[in-house]
Write a protein that binds this ligand. Sequence first.
Ligand code: AHR
Length: 630
Amino acid sequence: MGRINIKTAKKKIPVTKNLYGIFLEDINRAVDGGLYPEMLRNRSFEDSIPPIECTLEDDGYAIVSPTGWRDEFNHGEGLTRWIRQNEVPYTPIPAWYSKRTKMELDTSDTLNIHRQAALAVHFREGGIIYNTGFCGIPQKNGASYKFYMFAKAEKPIKLIVSISEGDKVYASAEITVNSNTYSLYQATLVSDGDTRKAKFMISCPMGGMLKIGFVSLMPEDTYLGHGLRKDIVEKLKDMNPRFFRFPGGCIVEGFTPSTVMRFRNTVGPVWERPGHQLMWHYRTYNGLGFHEYLQLCEDLDMEPLYVFNCGMTCQARKEVLMEGPELEDMLQDTLDAIEYAIGPVDSKWGALRAKMGHPEPFRLNMVEIGNENFGEAYEERYIKCYNAIKERYPHIRFVANTHVEKHGLPVDIVDEHYYNTTEFFAENTDMYHSYDRKGPEIFLGEVSVVRGYVGQFYGALGEAAFFTGIEKNQDIVTMVSYAPLLENVNYNAWFPNLIRFNNTECYGIPSYYVWKLFGTHRGDYIVESTEETDRIYRPVKGMASLMGAADLVYRNAVWNGTKVEISHELMGRVEESSGIFTIRTPDTQQREESSRFHGVNPDEIFVIFGEEDVTSGTFEIDIRAEQNRE
Ligand code: AHR
């Protein structure tokens, strides 16, 4: 039995308006085939094209195949055409993949300079190709679907486009491609049945040659008509999110300079938006771009938080630093983005916004400089971006990835990420009690239980317990969001994710209901309370956890007042340096690692290693013991 005493008159803290928000990153195919309900897989035929920096196989070949597209005998995706880099392609497999249809990627005669491939199809009479969709094409009885393609043919060619499953045809339309330059062809397909797993077919009764430069099939019924999948947006809306961090995450950082997220690639007509390989192992067509993200913020009344690349690739993978003109161009890309969001209609990017149907400026009051970046190289780029943006847009507030204020850099908000166990969250409700109130605000941009009872009620309880501590510290912790947000259950790359979906349904994991509960019941003030209980809370003293890239947690630690000793086979020293710990190994001097400092309190140290493969040993970690729980 217990009792809670609430002292309404004492120590009132007004609630922070935007405390609970959402963070969306395109991981687990969250976007194409999900929130952005494109139904055709590989609509630009570029899925199998590797990033320019990718080293080819030892034999000097790259794989290029029409992923998602097949002929009537199920050939296509599985068949691989090998081309030698910078050489004339040759076709080692038979020219006729099947009796009636031949498909080939054409990487020279594409729709526009932004497209790297087109699909060349040679139909014999009655030939068929089909698209698999993202594990099937869903259909809803009576619903309309908008189909369009940019195509050309040397001689007019009659096609039937249909959505079908076996002998059942849900919808179909006839299209004649009669232009020998790429032109737009469209049809509205109205379905007469329900299914999850139809195929999108293009058949050609009379035969002929066709080239497709870009193709799309999307439902007409979207959230407020703004192109996003209704049930998923409604699920987000129900959380009452007050801010929206986008577009990532690691995808902002990229794993090579060409795979970095760039604003300029995500605006304008979708068929002119260059695509690229994402960090999470598939390609984006950037249909959900900067404009669409800002529109979603407006539709759900969320404060946008744009995360941009500050001139470096993901440090947890392979750090590549941009310098000189490349760095300047990266920074200019961000300035252009801001101009797109809030610049006047007579500015270059403001004019494009108006052309895209939004002459009024969007809202943009916060930006985040990089994602999970740290160290000297980060701080150099941080201040460069900060100064350039501040000079032009003084109202904008800045979010940093580490505690840059400890090195004298200006910052409004610091973003800390916590992926940990239920117990970690439950035991750290007091984590922010001792934070310096004169320091920057804290944003917990990525929070979730990822070990132990993952995705289950117990994990959700841990997050809820942690929130009780956050709620009490809203004067310093001003924003918090779960990560990752969305998962297509057929393309899982990370677990857990807050909302899971397939082609027709979506649901929240238990944590979703915790976030929704806290997000929708905000109150006006936090008041002091005490509890009386016969239960004894036993803090886990002297525990420390190190999380390596292999997701290992080390918990063999001894607390001795100011030091935590962790079992480890190497002797090392961890020194605090503006949010970064450096580990030195006096015995070999070989293991010198920069590690991301994620949080510290007297009872727990949480450090994320970049490429760590340690198993056991002893570290000495100097920390300040500001409080000592009994
Ligand atoms: O949420 C998944 C990933 O975790 C994000 O991309 C990154 O910021 C973090 O490391």
